[in-house]
Design a binder for this molecule. Structure first.
Ligand SMILES: C[S@@+](CC[C@H](N)C(=O)[O-])C[C@H]1O[C@@H](n2cnc3c(N)ncnc32)[C@H](O)[C@@H]1O
Length: 310
């Protein structure tokens, strides 16, 4: 019997990013292709240090406290956290950048290719969107689709989020403290096919030849359930304010210039139609989420569509 070859989307996606000449494996760094929050300025790292100091207190100030940055790219976030840490936390802080692509030499940052056990805070910043998935066309009997994308119409395409669920559950299981995924995503009520490519600052057709990043929105609801435990899903806009990242131009002369520049960066990070619309999925791991973050409105996906990578 003659059968048509079936494209193994997950394998092709994986090879395109992480195979021998894959986009990230050969050393392409996100900073050359799109703008992420760690590249805007130090404010995201400031917020994460505030969160880490709350985790540290909940854990009773352990002798070594970890900040683990999974999918660290060029290590910008890890390095900013290392550089901005102060006081007792700084002297006990161990910063690990987990990355499949080549490491970058940065003082005070250790590099790893797999997730270590973590006593502190693990962050996956725009990590899960780059975890390859199978792609199916409806109708589909795939169990993940049946559970999380029951509205999939005949002939429509869908990314199967099961590999992200497994990756996130494993990451959360490695932590005592808190784990945070920051990404663009959707919920069951707003599922849509989002596979796309990025190259040199432009959104492009997703081709699996290693010439571009290939990414798709994260199904936050399924990731949250897979990892389980105590969790909240809030917007970056709300989370940054709750962690004290605010900015307004003030003073005069040089002070005014500095505060105005900071206010501009904070506005970019909190823009609800942009980076501020990203979801923060925060799990407490032996720690109550309510001790880390005040109650905030639940995150809702931006109906306008694809965020904001430039
Ligand atoms: C979209 S980039 C984000 C980089 C950085 N976090 C930022 O926000 O600027 C995703 C990164 O995750 C890395 N990555 C994907 N899966 C990984 C894994 N299982 N372990 C380590 N790194 C991974 C990729 O190589 C890539 O550098």
């Amino acid at each position: 019997m003659h059968t048509c070859p079936v494209l193994d989307w997950e394998a092709a996606w994986h090879a395109a990013l992480y195979g021998p000449s894959g986009f990230f494996a050969r050393g392409e760094k996100p900073s050359s292709h799109f703008r992420t929050s760690p590249l805007v300025g130090p404010e995201l790292a400031e917020a994460l240090l505030t969160l880490l100091s709350r985790v540290d207190a909940c854990l009773g100030f352990p002798p070594v406290v970890d900040f683990v940055d999974v999918g660290a790219g060029g290590g910008e976030l890890a390095f900013a956290v290392r550089s901005l840490a102060s006081g007792s936390l700084a002297s006990r802080l161990r910063v690990t950048a987990v990355e499949l692509g080549p490491p970058v030499e940065l003082p005070g940052v250790e590099w790893a290719t797999s997730i270590p056990s973590c006593v502190g805070l693990l962050v996956g910043h725009e990590w899960l969107d780059s975890v390859p998935c199978p792609v199916v066309t409806g109708p589909s009997a795939d169990p993940w689709i049946e559970r999380w994308w029951p509205s999939l119409e005949d002939g429509s395409m869908a990314e199967v989020g099961a590999p992200r669920d497994a990756a996130w559950a494993a990451a959360v299981a490695s932590v005592r403290g808190a784990a945070l995924a920051i990404d663009y995503g959707h919920l069951e009520s707003s599922r849509r096919f989002t596979l796309t490519g990025y190259r040199e600052g432009r959104q492009v057709e997703p081709v699996f030849d290693g010439s571009c990043d290939v990414t798709a929105h994260v199904a936050f609801d399924s990731c949250a359930e897979a990892a389980g435990g105590d969790w909240v899903l809030v917007s970056q806009r709300d989370a940054l304010r709750a962690l004290g990242v605010v900015g307004a131009a003030a003073g005069s002369g040089w002070d005014w210039l500095e505060s105005a520049a900071r206010a501009g960066r904070v506005a970019e990070l909190r823009d609800p139609a942009g980076l501020g619309g990203f979801g923060w999925l925060l799990h407490g791991c032996g720690v109550a989420v309510a001790d880390l973050m005040p109650a905030l409105p639940p995150w809702r996906p931006d109906p306008a569509g694809f965020p904001v990578e430039e």
